[in-house]
Design a protein around this ligand. Sequence first.
Ligand SMILES: [Zn+2]
Length: 281
Amino acid sequence: MQRERVADDIYVFTSDLYAQVTAGAVVTPAGTILIDTLPFPQETLELKEMVERRLHSPVRYVVNTHYHADHTIGTCLFPDAAVVAHSACRRLLDTIGRAGLEQSQAQVPELADIFVVLPDIVLEEGCLNLHLGGKTVQLIPSPGHSQDSVIVLVPEDRVLFASDTVMPVPTLIDGDPECLINSLRLVASMPVDNVVQGHGEVILRGEINHTIDGDIRYLRTIQKKVAQLAQRGDGVDALKQISIESCGKSRIPMNGLVVDLHSANLRKLYGNIVVDRTDCR
Ligand SMILES: [Zn+2]
């Protein structure tokens, strides 16, 4: 696990074990607000040890930015904390989340003792502010990567936890491209100095607009290329011709996992087009 301090009282933890997932800690004298957890319990416990034992700030709240297991699986390791998320996150954790965890447990022995924790406090619409120890932590809906996604702003420190709304390659496998583009524009409009991505490195102020522009351009490019290919009547195998580089992104981040995410994005968009056509008949 990597640890980085992005403001006096704000830490970012990055998993060494899976897909560079990030979690954040806003540490205050009245306790800590955690934004997501890490995918392997041993790393989340290391994070907990650092915040609670070394910084003497018990975790009071755990924010789930969306229901995907790589971000929520460690929630159960904080039994004394209140869990905060979008109302859709609670619903999705209770259904798809439970099924997904069972599948993961069958493959990953380290997850044997993990269980799903449903959020105690949910955001139905608008924004939700948590006030603790002089800090404000604001949950703002940002659907697109998934329908329940939120971004988390700490205005006092000009830090935004963008979660998977911002990733080295935008990912819409479980979401919607138009919503994701709107949410990326929302991220670009935030008054911040640091954007913490859901996976990978923290983005500094000078790089934020450039990064978001590149992400939107990537999404527009894959929409166009997949539509052209489908219009020609090409089958799903032809998607292999659309390389990640030809859409303006590198294949290097996340130890190459971005290539798989890119392929899945293409298949999702292609599937949408085929479904639309079937609907028209
Ligand atoms: Zn993720």
